[in-house]
Design a protein around this ligand. Structure first.
Ligand SMILES: [Zn+2]
Length: 130
């Protein structure tokens, strides 16, 4: 079986996460990592046909997509903590890799995201000045 944990994980920009495996390298937005949070609160809980809680959509509130900590759990997973206090998400290495394959950004998407984040930064500055 191939090793599922990446060789390296970096945060090249405040809103991006980059990971490299022996056979794959990807960069995704932290927003997508957060939106695919595998915890029970975010995905909902059901056993058979009985639904205990419904999946919860991530609100775009301050700090929601701001990663404050990423910590390996044993050798099988990584736990993410977000600035708004959400820290129940534990991504197995398998899930982590799938997220990178699913949301891997190409040049164009990276440029669009850079534009979007520039605008957001301006908005934040203006509201601070008021
Ligand atoms: Zn969650």
């Amino acid at each position: 079986m191939a090793k599922l944990n990446p060789k390296s994980i970096k945060r090249p920009l405040p809103y991006l996460l980059e990971a490299e495996w022996n056979d794959f390298k990807g960069v995704i937005s932290l927003e997508n990592l957060r939106k695919d949070c595998p915890c029970a609160e975010c995905t909902g809980e059901s056993i058979g046909n009985i639904v205990y809680s419904r999946p919860k959509e991530v609100k775009n509130e301050p700090g929601a997509f701001d990663l404050v900590n990423l910590k390996p759990i044993g050798n099988y997973a990584i736990a993410a903590a977000w600035a708004n206090g959400h820290q129940t998400g534990i991504y197995t290495w398998e899930k982590f890799r799938l997220i990178f394959e699913k949301y891997n950004l190409d040049e164009n998407s990276l440029m669009e995201l850079a534009e979007k984040n520039k605008k957001n930064a301006k908005k934040i500055q203006l509201s601070v000045l008021k």
